[in-house]
Design a protein around this ligand. Sequence first.
Ligand SMILES: Cc1cc2nc3c(=O)[nH]c(=O)nc-3n(C[C@H](O)[C@H](O)[C@H](O)COP(=O)(O)OP(=O)(O)OC[C@H]3O[C@@H](n4cnc5c(N)ncnc54)[C@H](O)[C@@H]3O)c2cc1C
Length: 807
Amino acid sequence: MADAKVLIIGGGVAGCSALYHLALRGWTDALLLEMDELTSGSTWHAAGNIPTFSSSRNIIKLQHYSTELYTKLANDPNYPINYHQTGSIRLAQNTSRWQEFQHVHDMANAMGLGYELLSPDQMQERLPFLETHGLVGGLWDPHDGDIDPSQLTQALASAARHMGSTIKRFSRVTKIEADGNGWKVTTPEQAYTCEYLINAAGYRAGEVSELLGQYLPVVSMQHQYLVTESIPELEQHGSLIPLVRDPDDSYYLRQEKTGLILGPYEKQATPNWADGKLPENFAYQLYEDDLERLEWYIEQACERMPILGSVGVQRVINGPIPYTPDGIPNVGPAYGLKNVFHCNSFSFGICQGGGAGKTVAEWVVDGRPEWDMWSMDARRYGHYADQDYVVDRAKELYGREYAIFFPHEEWPGGRPRLTSPLYETLKAKSALFGARGGYERAMYFAIDSDNLGAEHSYGHGPWHDGAKRESLHVAEHAGVLDLCGFAKFELKGAGAKDWLDQQIAGRVPSANRLSLSYFCYTTGGIAAEMTITCINDEHYVLIGGAPARVHDLDWLEKALPENGTLTVTDITDTKSTLVVAGPKSRAVLQPISDASLSNDDFKWLTMQQINVAGHPVMALRVNYIGELGWELHVSNEATLAVYNALFESASSAGIDFRDFGQYAMDSMRLEKGYRAMQAELDHETSPIMAGLDRFVALNKPNDFPGKDSILNDHQNGTALKYVQMQLAETEFDAIYGCTIHNNEIAVGYTTSGGFGFRVGKSLALGYINADLATPGTKLKIGVLGNMVDAEVVEEPLFDSNNEKLRA
Ligand SMILES: Cc1cc2nc3c(=O)[nH]c(=O)nc-3n(C[C@H](O)[C@H](O)[C@H](O)COP(=O)(O)OP(=O)(O)OC[C@H]3O[C@@H](n4cnc5c(N)ncnc54)[C@H](O)[C@@H]3O)c2cc1C
């Protein structure tokens, strides 16, 4: 028997929260090992701010959960914690920021959080020391405040111990080995066996992953805050003042006793130990102060709150704060390792620690968390995410810590990383790229009249004109999209068909056919979406979205039978995908193909191995844009030749054949109502809720994960239901997370939005109360502060009978 069922490495807020939440679930056979004292990593010196604000619905949920948990703990006399819920004001200095606030305000309030939008006068009423020059308004988060991070961690640890869990301090993990079905974890004093392992080693999570033979992209950044001497005005003020964040000037400012804490995120970010090699004995330590780096921010903050400048600085804290390439922590399973989970790399671990502990405990106990936490899944990165990449990305992110994520802004940090064989060719044709799964994919092709210098905003930038040009062109003529990074796996072996049948909710396609397939959790929620193409009963090609590549591979590999009869091979980096589509695509492709592409000979949703310009190609008659077309899967070596041959063929036939980019595809998929993973589809969504009934075979004789739950949804319906909606004329399209209202009551949320150029309408996809999910229902969608009229449409809005696809 193992020494502990679960072993947690790291006694900061994250590890202790994981231990506490496992204990709450009755899993007290758990051991936490800490190399030094509890809290001796990043936790002890954190400023302890606890916001709920986020641009992600589920991160708001997670952070809100933390505030509720901390309130409960702080009210328990057994665990004294200084926790002040002062509320906070975020300041908006410009229109885009104000739009962001209005969006998050709606999103948070649909979840019952009670955010408020404040005018400059209202801000001053709540915080008389605040100067409001140049402010458009502010956002009030009533849950925000600050907590003593050490007391919080000790409270979680004590409560877990009280329930029966064990903590060993001064036990540094130096070796991890597989041990039968579990793990053997060695410290200088002792070795322990366990079934489950949680890496909660904070900024040392990379070191612990290395002990497991894996690289984890995480780097420590220096983050400083200063604490002032006591301020007379605050001494006399009756209560604690609200916390202030100025995202445009990039700092937070809050009361600490009778002084203030000022914490800027400076543009010139400073990574520490950028080579990934950390000093062995750095615990309970800080870096040297460097206030010069903060001068500009201090000046801005003093103008905003003059009492800040009225006293001297009492102390400066400069400590390591972990950053991943997207600034979001890792919480969830580790790729390729049985029962190993991440709960680490938090840049905001104090406010996220409570919810993250709950989440990782659920991963361990239930096999998935209550909320879809894809954004924190460490499998969101691929092999491209190496040390240089994480350092570049972390510098960019830290320097833009509070930046708005505009839907069409492609951040340049750490790029280019992976490129397709067409990269230079497309670049020379003025492609503007964005990274998808690490690959540089053309987003659109600029022309001289595009206003490329325009600042990013929520409105229609030059990308909009590009997407319009390209979608309308493909709809009328034909074009090609280099869909590089599209994840591709080969499944081979005796019994492949039966195995797949037990994995997916739908039917396994027969030879030379393909089908969109869903892999579900036992709850019926969707874990992965892949297009499965049958070569023969012992050979299938599975194709999925680029960002989910490692996740999907892990899902498949962990589900494979242990007897080794089946293999899964990732062939993503060896093959390109060219989407050739549009009404004239057949006329372009036929002259250079050795097979008949007529509708009779090459039907929709079938596959043929053909030669194009003399090169072997797996051609699938399918696409994500809803036009006649083929996906050509071709070896990297032959990609350029096939691409060039397409243009030559089009030119000979007098067809205006052009490149198109991802943004055009995004627009066209909205018109077709094609759902996307991590937008419309996630593990809180069953195929029935998502309106994908036609991809589920409830009457097939065998079981598959989630069958009972999906059957239940099928028979009894779901509370929310997927809908496609069209919006009245609007300056701004809907984005992810807009609240949908019916008679002023929130009844749902959008998962995607954008303009459909073929239908000439602004569109949104999302979920609403099932009783409203019928075509013709009139709704209102809160788009960045504007209530826009919307209507549920009969889906798909574009080419409802798929006549173009079948043409
Ligand atoms: C100046 C500053 C201010 C901050 N302010 C805030 C804030 O206001 N709000 C907020 O939410 N966040 C804030 N943060 C971030 C926050 O401190 C971290 O996100 C959080 O503390 C991370 O907690 P953790 O448990 O993941 O990691 P840590 O606290 O670093 O804990 C990891 C633990 O693992 C142990 N460990 C590592 N390797 C091993 C091993 N091999 N064997 C055994 N044990 C091991 C370490 O000793 C350490 O105790 C701030 C950070 C800094 C630097």
